[in-house]
Design a protein around this ligand. Sequence first.
Ligand code: ZN
Length: 153
Amino acid sequence: MEIADIFRQHGEAYRLTHGATLLPEQRRVMRAIEECRTAALGAHVDECDSCGNRLISYNSCRNRHCPKCQSLASAQWVAERQADLLPVDYFHVVFTVPQELAPLSLWTSRPTCMLLLFMASLLGDGTVLRFLEHPKHHPRRAKDKPLSVNHYV
Ligand SMILES: [Zn+2]
């Protein structure tokens, strides 16, 4: 069973009972996932240049929240980040910066921007520090190790 199956089976009932709490973007995401790779979005034909074999497939939604559409992109992104890892024992923390902060990267130099975001991540609500200190995540006390924080805007 996939998230799309759950949304298709229960999405409409959920929207009827919780619709007032859903943001328009959340409704769009639910609808995109429900319709992804179904007749609702149409279909396309792939044809092999060598043998002429044809494959008809439903179109994907390409929504960035759709697990089916983003699974390949996600796997590629993780593989690229793993290639960046240093051959030492450290913790690599990745944040997604809210779109509203993207202009910050235009106003300041990259090192300054990175430092500001790094300090905000450490001093903000303490989430990063709590994560680093939690023995469940890091039984050998992450605070004693070097820390790398990369921000992707
Ligand atoms: Zn999709």
